[in-house]
Design a protein around this ligand. Structure first.
Ligand SMILES: Cc1cc2nc3c(=O)[nH]c(=O)nc-3n(C[C@H](O)[C@H](O)[C@H](O)COP(=O)(O)O)c2cc1C
Length: 210
């Protein structure tokens, strides 16, 4: 089973759509999980997991933990907030501490695809990709692909974008009368390069399943 996890608090955003698109191109069983609306706190370092590699904190992490262990491969869609993984995703990754005690490494050798969504396009220096990669390698997972996907800045829909001097609309286009479609960043399905990256990732996952 290939598990796709959208780390965005927005249930229908680019991370969610991209995860669903990758899963739609995967052969065999897939499962989709969105962290939107989920309550997942960070690791509280209680060490309750060291005995049997099960986190004893009772929140929405439990159901996801079980799926992560069952999965043959996992796709992580992680929004870029302030150039690091958003808090929900970060909490999930931190909680994976529970899998790695006494040589167990319950996620060991599982293939992982990581993508990060954001308006930044500097893939080689993406801290989100680097940080997520580090978390997964600490769990002895095999990261087979990592890439960025374009997402819009909140300034385009916050209602004050046209006049806010500190926002990305004015920064990118100057003072314009309205946010017309030609300056609106493209949706996921209108980004041929992003679609291709997702298709390539699915192909790699299919090779592993074969
Ligand atoms: C609090 C906050 C901080 C953000 N910081 C950045 C940033 O530093 N760099 C960037 O490229 N995008 C940044 N963004 C834009 C998000 O990355 C983008 O909205 C998100 O990836 C969209 O994903 P979604 O559609 O799946 O929710 C930020 C968004 C929010 C809400």
């Amino acid at each position: 089973m290939i598990l796709g996890i959208s780390g965005s608090p927005r249930p229908n955003g680019i991370s969610a759509n991209a995860i669903k698109y990758i899963l739609s191109k995967c052969e065999g069983e897939t499962k989709y999980i969105s962290l939107a609306g989920k309550h997942i706190g960070g690791c509280i370092s209680c060490l309750g997991c060291t005995k049997d590699n099960e986190c004893i904190v009772n929140d929405d992490f439990q159901e996801i933990a079980n799926l992560m262990v069952q999965a043959d491969a996992i796709v992580f869609g992680i929004p870029n907030y302030y150039d690091i993984p958003n808090a929900l995703s970060h909490s999930l990754l931190e909680r994976c501490f529970c899998f790695r005690h006494q040589g167990a490494f319950l996620l060991k050798d599982k293939a992982a695809v990581i993508f990060s969504t954001g308006y930044s396009s500097d893939e080689a220096n993406s801290q989100v990709l680097k940080i997520t990669d580090y978390f997964l390698k600490m769990n002895n997972m095999k990261v087979i692909s990592k890439f960025l996907l374009g997402a819009y800045s909140q300034c385009y829909t916050c209602k004050y974008g046209l006049t806010c001097e500190d926002g990305n609309v004015v920064k990118n286009h100057g003072f314009v009368d309205k946010i017309c479609p030609s300056i609106l960043p493209p949706k996921f399905e209108q980004q041929p390069e992003s679609l291709l990256k997702c298709e390539n990732a699915a192909q790699l996952l299919n090779q592993i399943q074969a």
